[in-house]
Design a binder for this molecule. Structure first.
Ligand SMILES: NC(=O)c1ccc[n+]([C@@H]2O[C@H](COP(=O)([O-])OP(=O)(O)OC[C@H]3O[C@@H](n4cnc5c(N)ncnc54)[C@H](O)[C@@H]3O)[C@@H](O)[C@H]2O)c1
Length: 395
Protein backbone atom coordinates (compact mmCIF):
# COMPACT_ATOMS: atom_id res chain seq x y z
CA UNK A 1 0.00 0.00 0.00
CA UNK A 2 2.51 2.61 -1.22
CA UNK A 3 0.23 5.66 -0.97
CA UNK A 4 -0.68 4.83 2.62
CA UNK A 5 3.02 4.22 3.37
CA UNK A 6 3.91 7.70 2.13
CA UNK A 7 1.17 9.17 4.31
CA UNK A 8 2.42 7.10 7.26
CA UNK A 9 5.96 8.47 6.89
CA UNK A 10 4.69 12.04 6.89
CA UNK A 11 2.27 11.37 9.75
CA UNK A 12 5.14 9.94 11.83
CA UNK A 13 7.09 13.18 11.34
CA UNK A 14 4.28 15.70 11.65
CA UNK A 15 1.96 14.01 14.20
CA UNK A 16 -1.25 15.56 12.79
CA UNK A 17 -3.47 13.31 14.93
CA UNK A 18 -1.55 13.74 18.18
CA UNK A 19 -3.70 12.99 21.23
CA UNK A 20 -6.82 12.21 19.15
CA UNK A 21 -8.78 9.17 20.30
CA UNK A 22 -10.16 7.30 17.29
CA UNK A 23 -12.75 4.51 17.49
CA UNK A 24 -12.81 2.70 14.16
CA UNK A 25 -15.48 0.18 13.13
CA UNK A 26 -14.11 -1.37 9.94
CA UNK A 27 -13.66 -4.82 8.38
CA UNK A 28 -10.70 -6.19 10.34
CA UNK A 29 -8.40 -7.17 7.48
CA UNK A 30 -4.70 -6.76 6.71
CA UNK A 31 -5.44 -3.54 4.80
CA UNK A 32 -7.36 -2.08 7.74
CA UNK A 33 -4.42 -3.00 9.97
CA UNK A 34 -2.22 -0.80 7.78
CA UNK A 35 -4.68 2.06 8.20
CA UNK A 36 -4.81 1.64 11.99
CA UNK A 37 -0.98 1.59 12.15
CA UNK A 38 -0.89 4.75 9.99
CA UNK A 39 -3.32 6.58 12.27
CA UNK A 40 -1.29 5.52 15.29
CA UNK A 41 1.92 6.72 13.60
CA UNK A 42 0.18 10.09 13.21
CA UNK A 43 -0.22 10.32 16.98
CA UNK A 44 -3.76 8.93 17.35
CA UNK A 45 -4.87 6.60 20.13
CA UNK A 46 -6.77 4.00 18.08
CA UNK A 47 -9.16 1.18 18.96
CA UNK A 48 -10.79 -1.02 16.36
CA UNK A 49 -13.91 -3.17 16.21
CA UNK A 50 -15.46 -5.21 13.38
CA UNK A 51 -18.01 -3.70 10.98
CA UNK A 52 -19.39 -7.14 10.12
CA UNK A 53 -19.63 -10.35 12.19
CA UNK A 54 -18.08 -12.52 9.45
CA UNK A 55 -15.38 -10.32 7.86
CA UNK A 56 -12.74 -10.43 10.60
CA UNK A 57 -9.36 -12.01 9.90
CA UNK A 58 -8.62 -13.36 13.40
CA UNK A 59 -4.84 -13.42 12.92
CA UNK A 60 -4.92 -9.73 11.98
CA UNK A 61 -7.03 -8.85 15.04
CA UNK A 62 -4.58 -10.70 17.29
CA UNK A 63 -1.50 -9.18 15.63
CA UNK A 64 -2.89 -5.66 15.96
CA UNK A 65 -3.21 -6.09 19.70
CA UNK A 66 -0.06 -8.09 20.39
CA UNK A 67 2.38 -6.47 17.94
CA UNK A 68 0.97 -2.98 17.52
CA UNK A 69 -0.74 -2.33 20.85
CA UNK A 70 -4.02 -1.45 19.12
CA UNK A 71 -7.00 -2.86 21.06
CA UNK A 72 -9.14 -4.77 18.54
CA UNK A 73 -12.59 -6.09 19.38
CA UNK A 74 -13.48 -8.62 16.69
CA UNK A 75 -13.90 -12.37 16.28
CA UNK A 76 -14.77 -13.98 12.96
CA UNK A 77 -18.25 -15.50 13.23
CA UNK A 78 -19.23 -13.54 16.36
CA UNK A 79 -22.97 -13.50 17.05
CA UNK A 80 -24.99 -10.30 16.90
CA UNK A 81 -24.83 -9.79 20.67
CA UNK A 82 -21.02 -10.01 20.64
CA UNK A 83 -20.86 -7.76 17.57
CA UNK A 84 -22.70 -4.97 19.42
CA UNK A 85 -20.76 -5.67 22.64
CA UNK A 86 -17.59 -4.98 20.60
CA UNK A 87 -19.06 -1.76 19.21
CA UNK A 88 -19.86 -0.66 22.76
CA UNK A 89 -16.29 -1.50 23.81
CA UNK A 90 -14.96 0.72 20.99
CA UNK A 91 -17.29 3.52 22.16
CA UNK A 92 -15.97 3.17 25.74
CA UNK A 93 -12.79 4.69 24.29
CA UNK A 94 -14.71 8.04 24.32
CA UNK A 95 -13.62 8.92 20.77
CA UNK A 96 -12.79 12.35 19.42
CA UNK A 97 -13.21 10.84 15.99
CA UNK A 98 -15.22 7.89 14.59
CA UNK A 99 -14.40 5.84 11.54
CA UNK A 100 -17.21 3.65 10.27
CA UNK A 101 -18.03 1.18 7.52
CA UNK A 102 -21.82 1.01 7.40
CA UNK A 103 -22.66 3.54 10.17
CA UNK A 104 -23.26 1.02 12.99
CA UNK A 105 -20.78 2.82 15.28
CA UNK A 106 -22.24 6.29 14.69
CA UNK A 107 -25.79 5.01 14.96
CA UNK A 108 -25.01 3.17 18.27
CA UNK A 109 -23.28 6.30 19.56
CA UNK A 110 -26.34 8.46 18.82
CA UNK A 111 -28.83 5.91 20.15
CA UNK A 112 -27.04 4.47 23.17
CA UNK A 113 -24.22 6.77 24.26
CA UNK A 114 -25.32 10.36 23.51
CA UNK A 115 -23.35 11.61 26.53
CA UNK A 116 -20.15 10.86 24.55
CA UNK A 117 -21.13 13.01 21.55
CA UNK A 118 -19.81 16.36 22.87
CA UNK A 119 -16.27 14.86 22.74
CA UNK A 120 -16.60 13.94 19.07
CA UNK A 121 -14.97 16.36 16.64
CA UNK A 122 -15.82 14.49 13.44
CA UNK A 123 -16.50 11.12 11.86
CA UNK A 124 -15.59 9.37 8.61
CA UNK A 125 -17.70 6.85 6.69
CA UNK A 126 -16.34 4.28 4.26
CA UNK A 127 -19.27 2.80 2.32
CA UNK A 128 -22.38 3.62 0.25
CA UNK A 129 -24.81 2.12 2.77
CA UNK A 130 -23.26 4.11 5.62
CA UNK A 131 -23.49 7.34 3.61
CA UNK A 132 -27.18 6.65 2.89
CA UNK A 133 -27.85 6.19 6.63
CA UNK A 134 -25.88 9.35 7.51
CA UNK A 135 -27.74 11.44 4.93
CA UNK A 136 -30.98 10.18 6.47
CA UNK A 137 -29.70 11.21 9.94
CA UNK A 138 -28.79 14.65 8.54
CA UNK A 139 -32.18 15.07 6.83
CA UNK A 140 -33.98 14.12 10.04
CA UNK A 141 -31.92 16.61 12.08
CA UNK A 142 -30.46 13.80 14.21
CA UNK A 143 -26.78 13.88 13.17
CA UNK A 144 -24.80 15.70 15.86
CA UNK A 145 -21.29 16.01 14.38
CA UNK A 146 -19.77 16.45 10.91
CA UNK A 147 -18.98 13.29 8.96
CA UNK A 148 -16.82 12.88 5.89
CA UNK A 149 -18.32 10.53 3.29
CA UNK A 150 -15.13 8.84 2.11
CA UNK A 151 -17.17 6.70 -0.29
CA UNK A 152 -17.98 9.78 -2.37
CA UNK A 153 -14.33 10.41 -3.33
CA UNK A 154 -13.58 9.41 -6.92
CA UNK A 155 -10.47 7.62 -5.68
CA UNK A 156 -12.76 5.49 -3.49
CA UNK A 157 -15.95 4.37 -5.25
CA UNK A 158 -14.59 4.35 -8.81
CA UNK A 159 -11.94 1.83 -7.79
CA UNK A 160 -12.80 0.09 -4.50
CA UNK A 161 -16.49 -0.46 -5.27
CA UNK A 162 -15.98 -1.22 -8.97
CA UNK A 163 -12.67 -3.05 -9.33
CA UNK A 164 -12.39 -4.23 -5.71
CA UNK A 165 -15.87 -5.70 -5.39
CA UNK A 166 -15.83 -6.77 -9.04
CA UNK A 167 -12.84 -9.01 -8.45
CA UNK A 168 -13.21 -10.09 -4.83
CA UNK A 169 -16.89 -11.04 -5.07
CA UNK A 170 -16.17 -13.36 -8.02
CA UNK A 171 -13.10 -14.68 -6.19
CA UNK A 172 -15.32 -15.55 -3.19
CA UNK A 173 -17.93 -17.31 -5.35
CA UNK A 174 -15.23 -19.33 -7.10
CA UNK A 175 -13.35 -20.20 -3.89
CA UNK A 176 -16.43 -21.36 -2.05
CA UNK A 177 -18.06 -23.35 -4.87
CA UNK A 178 -15.42 -23.93 -7.57
CA UNK A 179 -18.20 -23.18 -10.07
CA UNK A 180 -17.25 -22.65 -13.72
CA UNK A 181 -18.42 -19.16 -14.63
CA UNK A 182 -18.12 -19.70 -18.39
CA UNK A 183 -21.45 -20.37 -20.02
CA UNK A 184 -23.48 -19.69 -16.88
CA UNK A 185 -26.27 -17.14 -16.57
CA UNK A 186 -24.92 -14.71 -13.99
CA UNK A 187 -27.57 -12.33 -12.60
CA UNK A 188 -26.24 -9.07 -11.16
CA UNK A 189 -28.87 -7.33 -9.03
CA UNK A 190 -28.05 -3.61 -8.90
CA UNK A 191 -25.91 -1.84 -11.52
CA UNK A 192 -24.20 0.73 -9.30
CA UNK A 193 -20.46 0.98 -8.83
CA UNK A 194 -20.17 -2.50 -7.38
CA UNK A 195 -22.60 -4.03 -9.88
CA UNK A 196 -20.75 -2.57 -12.87
CA UNK A 197 -17.51 -4.12 -11.64
CA UNK A 198 -19.06 -7.52 -11.02
CA UNK A 199 -20.91 -7.59 -14.36
CA UNK A 200 -17.82 -6.66 -16.39
CA UNK A 201 -15.70 -9.30 -14.72
CA UNK A 202 -18.33 -12.04 -14.92
CA UNK A 203 -18.63 -11.28 -18.66
CA UNK A 204 -14.85 -11.54 -18.94
CA UNK A 205 -15.02 -15.01 -17.40
CA UNK A 206 -17.51 -16.09 -20.07
CA UNK A 207 -20.77 -15.76 -18.18
CA UNK A 208 -23.95 -14.57 -19.84
CA UNK A 209 -24.69 -11.62 -17.64
CA UNK A 210 -28.23 -10.45 -16.85
CA UNK A 211 -28.66 -7.18 -14.97
CA UNK A 212 -31.68 -6.18 -12.91
CA UNK A 213 -32.20 -2.58 -11.80
CA UNK A 214 -34.79 -0.16 -10.44
CA UNK A 215 -33.07 3.01 -11.71
CA UNK A 216 -33.89 3.71 -15.39
CA UNK A 217 -30.57 5.48 -16.11
CA UNK A 218 -28.49 2.66 -14.70
CA UNK A 219 -30.65 0.16 -16.55
CA UNK A 220 -29.93 1.91 -19.88
CA UNK A 221 -26.25 1.99 -18.98
CA UNK A 222 -26.35 -1.78 -18.48
CA UNK A 223 -28.14 -2.27 -21.81
CA UNK A 224 -25.54 -0.16 -23.64
CA UNK A 225 -22.72 -1.97 -21.86
CA UNK A 226 -24.08 -5.03 -23.64
CA UNK A 227 -26.03 -6.80 -20.91
CA UNK A 228 -29.54 -8.24 -20.94
CA UNK A 229 -31.77 -6.26 -18.59
CA UNK A 230 -35.07 -7.60 -17.26
CA UNK A 231 -37.12 -7.77 -14.06
CA UNK A 232 -35.74 -10.18 -11.48
CA UNK A 233 -38.96 -12.19 -11.59
CA UNK A 234 -38.07 -13.03 -15.22
CA UNK A 235 -34.41 -13.66 -14.45
CA UNK A 236 -35.15 -15.93 -11.47
CA UNK A 237 -35.84 -19.11 -13.47
CA UNK A 238 -32.92 -18.34 -15.88
CA UNK A 239 -30.05 -17.55 -13.54
CA UNK A 240 -27.41 -20.01 -12.37
CA UNK A 241 -25.66 -17.49 -10.10
CA UNK A 242 -27.29 -14.49 -8.39
CA UNK A 243 -25.35 -11.69 -6.72
CA UNK A 244 -27.01 -8.74 -4.95
CA UNK A 245 -25.13 -5.42 -4.78
CA UNK A 246 -27.94 -2.96 -4.12
CA UNK A 247 -27.69 -1.77 -0.51
CA UNK A 248 -31.46 -2.45 -0.50
CA UNK A 249 -33.76 -4.66 1.54
CA UNK A 250 -34.99 -7.98 0.08
CA UNK A 251 -33.61 -7.33 -3.39
CA UNK A 252 -34.12 -11.09 -3.83
CA UNK A 253 -37.55 -11.54 -2.28
CA UNK A 254 -39.93 -14.44 -1.76
CA UNK A 255 -41.59 -14.29 -5.22
CA UNK A 256 -38.11 -14.53 -6.83
CA UNK A 257 -37.09 -17.37 -4.54
CA UNK A 258 -40.30 -19.20 -5.45
CA UNK A 259 -39.41 -19.12 -9.16
CA UNK A 260 -35.68 -19.73 -8.84
CA UNK A 261 -33.93 -22.40 -10.88
CA UNK A 262 -32.84 -25.68 -9.34
CA UNK A 263 -29.17 -25.56 -8.37
CA UNK A 264 -28.92 -21.75 -8.26
CA UNK A 265 -26.16 -20.13 -6.21
CA UNK A 266 -27.20 -16.97 -4.35
CA UNK A 267 -24.82 -14.49 -2.77
CA UNK A 268 -24.71 -10.90 -1.58
CA UNK A 269 -21.88 -8.36 -1.78
CA UNK A 270 -23.90 -5.39 -0.50
CA UNK A 271 -23.24 -4.13 3.00
CA UNK A 272 -25.96 -5.83 5.08
CA UNK A 273 -27.25 -9.39 5.06
CA UNK A 274 -30.79 -8.24 4.35
CA UNK A 275 -30.54 -8.09 0.52
CA UNK A 276 -31.72 -11.70 0.26
CA UNK A 277 -34.95 -12.58 2.07
CA UNK A 278 -33.41 -15.43 4.07
CA UNK A 279 -36.44 -16.00 6.34
CA UNK A 280 -38.50 -16.62 3.15
CA UNK A 281 -35.82 -19.00 1.86
CA UNK A 282 -35.97 -20.86 5.16
CA UNK A 283 -39.77 -21.14 4.90
CA UNK A 284 -39.56 -22.43 1.33
CA UNK A 285 -36.93 -25.00 2.25
CA UNK A 286 -39.27 -27.52 3.84
CA UNK A 287 -36.80 -30.23 2.80
CA UNK A 288 -34.24 -28.75 5.17
CA UNK A 289 -30.93 -26.93 5.15
CA UNK A 290 -27.44 -28.38 5.38
CA UNK A 291 -23.95 -27.01 5.06
CA UNK A 292 -22.29 -28.69 2.07
CA UNK A 293 -18.96 -26.80 2.06
CA UNK A 294 -17.53 -23.98 4.13
CA UNK A 295 -19.74 -20.92 3.53
CA UNK A 296 -22.19 -22.90 1.31
CA UNK A 297 -25.63 -23.86 2.65
CA UNK A 298 -27.99 -26.01 0.61
CA UNK A 299 -31.73 -25.35 0.97
CA UNK A 300 -34.11 -28.03 -0.34
CA UNK A 301 -37.60 -27.04 -1.49
CA UNK A 302 -40.71 -29.24 -1.23
CA UNK A 303 -40.51 -30.01 -4.98
CA UNK A 304 -36.88 -31.15 -4.63
CA UNK A 305 -35.22 -27.98 -6.01
CA UNK A 306 -31.99 -27.09 -4.26
CA UNK A 307 -30.72 -23.56 -3.77
CA UNK A 308 -27.29 -22.73 -2.40
CA UNK A 309 -26.79 -19.65 -0.20
CA UNK A 310 -23.21 -18.41 0.25
CA UNK A 311 -21.79 -16.95 3.48
CA UNK A 312 -25.20 -16.68 5.21
CA UNK A 313 -26.03 -13.86 2.80
CA UNK A 314 -23.33 -11.65 4.34
CA UNK A 315 -21.03 -9.72 2.04
CA UNK A 316 -19.43 -12.67 0.34
CA UNK A 317 -16.09 -11.14 -0.65
CA UNK A 318 -15.15 -10.31 2.93
CA UNK A 319 -16.88 -13.26 4.62
CA UNK A 320 -15.68 -16.06 2.37
CA UNK A 321 -12.52 -14.56 0.80
CA UNK A 322 -9.95 -11.88 1.61
CA UNK A 323 -11.94 -8.79 0.59
CA UNK A 324 -10.46 -6.28 -1.80
CA UNK A 325 -6.80 -6.49 -2.79
CA UNK A 326 -4.43 -4.16 -0.92
CA UNK A 327 -3.63 -2.12 -4.03
CA UNK A 328 -7.21 -0.86 -4.27
CA UNK A 329 -7.66 -0.38 -0.51
CA UNK A 330 -4.52 1.77 -0.67
CA UNK A 331 -6.58 4.58 -2.21
CA UNK A 332 -9.66 4.02 0.00
CA UNK A 333 -7.60 4.17 3.16
CA UNK A 334 -5.48 7.08 1.92
CA UNK A 335 -8.84 8.87 1.83
CA UNK A 336 -9.53 7.81 5.44
CA UNK A 337 -6.11 8.95 6.69
CA UNK A 338 -6.01 12.27 4.81
CA UNK A 339 -9.71 12.75 5.52
CA UNK A 340 -9.09 12.41 9.28
CA UNK A 341 -6.38 15.07 9.06
CA UNK A 342 -8.63 17.33 6.96
CA UNK A 343 -11.60 17.05 9.35
CA UNK A 344 -9.39 18.00 12.31
CA UNK A 345 -7.85 20.94 10.45
CA UNK A 346 -11.29 22.27 9.46
CA UNK A 347 -13.24 21.28 12.57
CA UNK A 348 -14.10 24.89 13.45
CA UNK A 349 -15.82 25.58 10.09
CA UNK A 350 -17.79 22.32 9.96
CA UNK A 351 -21.37 21.79 11.13
CA UNK A 352 -23.19 18.47 11.74
CA UNK A 353 -23.54 17.52 8.09
CA UNK A 354 -22.25 14.97 5.62
CA UNK A 355 -19.19 16.31 3.77
CA UNK A 356 -17.14 15.03 0.85
CA UNK A 357 -13.39 15.22 0.52
CA UNK A 358 -12.15 18.32 -1.39
CA UNK A 359 -11.48 17.62 -5.06
CA UNK A 360 -7.80 18.64 -4.72
CA UNK A 361 -7.18 16.02 -2.06
CA UNK A 362 -8.97 13.39 -4.14
CA UNK A 363 -6.77 14.22 -7.14
CA UNK A 364 -3.68 14.23 -4.98
CA UNK A 365 -4.41 10.63 -3.94
CA UNK A 366 -4.78 9.68 -7.62
CA UNK A 367 -1.51 11.45 -8.42
CA UNK A 368 0.31 9.56 -5.65
CA UNK A 369 -1.19 6.28 -6.84
CA UNK A 370 -0.02 6.88 -10.42
CA UNK A 371 3.43 7.76 -9.08
CA UNK A 372 3.51 4.52 -7.07
CA UNK A 373 2.51 2.59 -10.22
CA UNK A 374 5.31 4.26 -12.18
CA UNK A 375 2.84 5.84 -14.62
CA UNK A 376 3.34 9.38 -15.86
CA UNK A 377 0.70 11.58 -17.48
CA UNK A 378 0.72 14.88 -19.33
CA UNK A 379 0.11 18.25 -17.72
CA UNK A 380 -1.75 21.25 -19.11
CA UNK A 381 0.42 23.92 -20.72
CA UNK A 382 -0.18 27.48 -19.40
CA UNK A 383 -1.86 28.19 -22.74
CA UNK A 384 -4.25 25.26 -22.29
CA UNK A 385 -5.02 26.24 -18.70
CA UNK A 386 -5.91 29.71 -19.85
CA UNK A 387 -8.02 28.34 -22.73
CA UNK A 388 -9.97 25.99 -20.48
CA UNK A 389 -10.66 28.78 -17.99
CA UNK A 390 -11.88 31.23 -20.65
CA UNK A 391 -15.28 31.67 -22.28
CA UNK A 392 -14.47 34.18 -25.04
CA UNK A 393 -13.16 31.99 -27.84
CA UNK A 394 -15.62 30.03 -30.00
CA UNK A 395 -16.02 28.86 -33.58
N1 LIG B 1 -18.62 -5.96 -0.62
C1 LIG B 1 -17.85 -4.89 -0.56
O1 LIG B 1 -16.65 -4.99 -0.32
C2 LIG B 1 -18.46 -3.55 -0.83
C3 LIG B 1 -17.66 -2.50 -1.29
C4 LIG B 1 -18.26 -1.28 -1.57
C5 LIG B 1 -19.63 -1.12 -1.35
N2 LIG B 1 -20.36 -2.17 -0.85
C6 LIG B 1 -21.82 -2.08 -0.61
O2 LIG B 1 -22.45 -2.53 -1.81
C7 LIG B 1 -23.73 -1.91 -1.95
C8 LIG B 1 -23.81 -1.23 -3.30
O3 LIG B 1 -22.83 -0.19 -3.35
P1 LIG B 1 -22.65 0.72 -4.66
O4 LIG B 1 -21.56 1.66 -4.36
O5 LIG B 1 -22.61 -0.13 -5.87
O6 LIG B 1 -24.06 1.51 -4.60
P2 LIG B 1 -24.79 2.29 -5.78
O7 LIG B 1 -25.76 3.19 -5.11
O8 LIG B 1 -23.78 2.85 -6.74
O9 LIG B 1 -25.58 1.13 -6.55
C9 LIG B 1 -26.66 0.42 -6.03
C10 LIG B 1 -27.59 0.14 -7.22
O10 LIG B 1 -28.60 -0.80 -6.80
C11 LIG B 1 -29.81 -0.40 -7.42
N3 LIG B 1 -30.93 -0.99 -6.66
C12 LIG B 1 -31.48 -0.60 -5.49
N4 LIG B 1 -32.48 -1.41 -5.14
C13 LIG B 1 -32.58 -2.34 -6.12
C14 LIG B 1 -33.42 -3.47 -6.32
N5 LIG B 1 -34.38 -3.79 -5.44
N6 LIG B 1 -33.25 -4.20 -7.45
C15 LIG B 1 -32.30 -3.89 -8.36
N7 LIG B 1 -31.46 -2.84 -8.21
C16 LIG B 1 -31.60 -2.08 -7.10
C17 LIG B 1 -29.78 1.11 -7.39
O11 LIG B 1 -30.68 1.68 -8.33
C18 LIG B 1 -28.34 1.40 -7.71
O12 LIG B 1 -28.11 1.56 -9.10
C19 LIG B 1 -23.85 -0.98 -0.74
O13 LIG B 1 -24.49 -1.66 0.30
C20 LIG B 1 -22.41 -0.71 -0.36
O14 LIG B 1 -22.27 -0.28 0.97
C21 LIG B 1 -19.81 -3.37 -0.63
Amino acid sequence: MPVLSLIRERFAREQPLKGIRISACLHVTTETANLAITLKAGGADVVLCASNPLSTQDDVAAALLVNEGIPTYAIKGEDEQTYYKHIRAALDHAPHMTMDDGCDLVSSLHKERPELIPNVIAGLEETTTGVIRLRSMEANGVLRFPVLAVNESDTKHLFDNRYGTGQSALDAIMRTTNVLLAGRNFVVIGYGWCGKGVAARAKGMGSNVIVTEVDPVRAIEAVMDGFRVMPLAEAAPLGDIFLTVTGDLNAIDRPHLERIKNGALIANAGHFNDEINIPALEQLATGGRRTVRDFVDEYTYADGRKVFLLADGRLVNLSAADGHPASVMDMSFANQALGAEYMLQHAKELTPRVYTIPRDLDREIARLKLHAMGIQIDTLTPEQEQYLAAWESGT
